[in-house]
Ligand binder design. Structure first.
Ligand code: PEP
Length: 249
């Protein structure tokens, strides 16, 4: 049985105080269900959030990590630093990092390896922009992101990775992929993983959907056989909405 995961990506939202309030609110509503729930807060919140959550029921993640191990890289935050806060997940390759900060698949491949080296679970994001879908290139785009971002990984390391399929046209737009569109792509991704790493690893890989997921559509998305959870942006900033998604399984 692969893991069901709902991860909240707070992005660059919440002051430290507001973030702690949000984390406390989610923490009180978590009752140790079958879903792994992850809060991906801004870097500076991590160690404080880590102190107040029940770590048996709630996990902590960062939204990015450096592509260098340590050293003179002003302003960067390494995988080792993230791990030292008590976090266990890190989002890598979010479309906003790719689009606004020029993160290429090559850079992301380095980040994935560093995350694994420091025992963080990468949530590796892939997804096409609208023009690519309209040109019917979306399957190829996603396969290339997988091929180039997740390179030279042993079977053991690949099986530690979580994939998040996030069609860029659905992120923060209110326009969600239909359950059929999500299932179609998730199946393509799983089959592609099976071609490279075998059926057993593909069947064990959690593939999350992200893009305007909310309590009202989460249930329909999550009933698909290849949709194993969600990466949630906007709706993760409200504890009730976020928990509405968590309990949609
Ligand atoms: C995201 O940024 O990962 C995301 C899915 O955002 P939203 O839920 O706001 O579309």
């Amino acid at each position: 049985m692969r893991k069901h995961i709902v991860a909240g990506n707070w992005k660059m939202n919440t002051t430290l105080q507001k973030g702690l309030e949000l984390a406390k609110n989610v923490n009180t509503q978590i009752s140790g269900n079958d879903v792994i729930v992850v809060l991906c807060s801004p870097f500076i919140h991590l160690s404080e959030v880590s102190k107040i959550i029940n770590k048996d029921a709630l996990f902590l993640g960062a939204q990015n990590c450096a592509d260098k191990e340590n050293g003179a890289y002003t302003g960067e935050v390494s995988a080792a630093m993230i791990k030292s806060t008590g976090a266990s997940y890190v989002i890598i390759g979010h479309s906003e990092r790719r689009a606004y900060y020029g993160e290429t698949n090559e850079i992301l491949a380095t980040k994935v390896k560093l995350a694994l080296q420091y025992e963080l679970t990468p949530i590796f994001c892939i997804g096409e922009v609208l023009e690519e879908r309209e040109a019917e290139e979306h399957f190829n785009v996603v396969k290339t992101q997988l091929n180039e971002g997740l390179v030279d990984l042993s079977d053991e390391n690949f099986s530690k990775i979580v994939i998040a399929y996030e069609p860029v046209w659905a992120i923060g737009t209110g326009k969600t992929a239909t359950p059929d569109q999500a299932q179609e792509m998730h199946k393509i991704i799983r089959d592609h993983i099976a071609d490279s790493y075998g059926q057993k690893i593909a069947e064990g890989t959690s593939i999350l959907y992200g893009g305007s997921c909310k309590p009202s559509n989460a249930g329909d998305l999550f009933t698909n056989p290849d949709v194993d959870g969600g990466l949630i942006g906007g709706a993760s900033l409200n504890a009730e909405d976020f928990m509405g998604i968590v309990t949609a399984f």
